[in-house]
Design a protein around this ligand. Structure first.
Ligand code: CDP
Ligand code: MG
Length: 385
């Protein structure tokens, strides 16, 4: 690609290059762009591959961070979600690509209520969660997942346990994600873990050899197969979400809170307040869906456009909170919309603790009790078809 070569040669300034794909909903097709990032002044530039022309002139864009730039990740540039599909040059591959991996982590049914604690440990190890979904596996799905163990004496008990209640499957990404997550988990037997790796997750939260908190892929091949099992990229849909869709309210952990690493803390606060999280999933909401979801605020709330932009600026995590009259009681846990006001009036609420301003206020929660089911359906029935 000559244009690309010329661009590379003329730039002496440090620059990272990627080949990216953007799904254009209006034309219903995938468009390819080269994305250039200049760390010196945090600016970006985009080049339209098909039409061979500049698409976005070099522009300052401080919402993109160098640590988000690696193949396989999805980044947001001026409200467009770009999939980073290849390194654009050897320099970028060497500098940013060397050790980035993705792996599958599963939180098993024994500790599903401790998901916040587990996420805290994941974030403190510099891994990020790029996909997450709560599912309940059928016996057959669990047996397929653990097919490598089918001749082991513990196979039946293992499959029975893993299909006995909800699990949370996650894609973790980061430097040496696979070994980092397995090291965090510790030895398979929780008793052994308490002796040999007392700081490990299994030592802290595990019960025995079978109720041992989590699963982690043990090879690149396993990670690829297991990620495909829960998050299929081609055909099929993978295991279904656990949404109940009655007596519920919708909570969205907003994208800014996710990228600030607050997910674990927020989930912990929700559990500590006694709320039941009956479904959980991360979504990459596009602009059209964000507009539709926030439709009721359009023309009513001055922040509507910024709310839309916030919701589609990266992955968010959507929860179904289940219980009687839960829309009202959960709103009280969230606190007033403006975190400044929350900090004065209700300092222990989620927005007081984790919010920044009226748009970046950590969580969305359903306003009207009668909308709880509808909002939950929007994510767990319509977007997760
Ligand atoms: O999960 P990990 O890869 O660390 O261990 P594994 O040896 O691949 O075993 C898979 C799972 O089977 C473990 O996490 C345990 O839940 C279960 N297991 C068991 O119940 N009894 C054993 N003797 C070994 C494993
Ligand atoms: Mg294993």
């Amino acid at each position: 690609d000559m244009t690309f070569l010329k661009l590379s040669i003329c730039c002496l300034e440090e620059r990272y290059a990627f080949l990216t794909e953007w799904y254009d909903p209006t034309a219903a097709l995938l468009r390819r762009y080269q994305l250039f990032y200049y760390p010196k002044d945090s600016s970006v530039e985009m080049f339209d591959v098909k039409n061979q022309r500049i698409f976005l002139r070099r522009t300052k864009y401080e919402d993109l961070h160098q640590e988000d730039l690696f193949v396989g990740n999805r980044v947001n540039v001026f409200s467009r979600q770009l999939n980073l599909i290849e390194y654009g040059d050897q320099y970028t591959a060497n500098k940013l690509g060397s050790k980035k991996e993705r792996t599958l982590a599963v939180i098993k049914p024994d500790v599903i209520t401790k998901i916040g604690d587990v996420l805290e440990l994941i974030y403190s190890s510099n891994l990020i969660v790029t996909k997450a979904k709560m599912v309940t596996l059928t016996w057959k799905q669990a047996a397929d997942f653990y097919v490598e163990h089918q001749s082991k004496p513990f196979f039946n008990n293992l499959v029975q346990f893993v299909s006995s209640g909800p699990v949370v499957a996650m894609e973790l990404m980061g430097d040496e994600a696979m070994s980092t997550w397995r090291r965090l988990l510790g030895p398979a037997d929780s008793a052994v873990a308490r002796k040999e790796a007392p700081q490990s997750i299994r030592a802290q939260f595990g019960t025995d050899g079978i109720k041992n908190v989590g699963h982690g892929s043990d090879s690149f091949a396993a990670a690829a197969r297991e990620l495909e099992f829960f998050f299929p990229s081609t055909i099929g849909h993978g295991p279904s979400n656990t949404a109940i869709l009655t007596d519920c309210t919708c909570c969205i952990i907003k994208t800014h809170a996710i990228s600030e690493g607050l997910t674990g803390k927020i989930l912990n606060s929700i559990s500590a307040a006694g709320f039941e999280i009956s479904a959980l999933q991360m979504f990459n909401v596009d602009r059209a869906n964000a507009e539709e979801f926030y439709e009721v605020y359009k023309g009513v709330v001055a922040e509507y456009p910024s709310m839309v932009t916030e919701l589609c600026s990266g992955p968010c995590m959507v929860l179904e909170i289940h219980g009687t009259d839960v829309p009202q009681s959960f709103r009280e846990l969230c606190g007033p919309v403006d975190p400044e006001i929350s900090r004065h009036l209700r300092p222990t609420t989620l927005r007081a603790l984790y919010g920044k301003d009226k748009v970046k206020n950590a969580v969305h929660c359903t306003d009207m009790p009668e909308d709880g089911v509808l909002e939950v359906q929007y994510f767990f029935k319509i977007l997760d078809w």
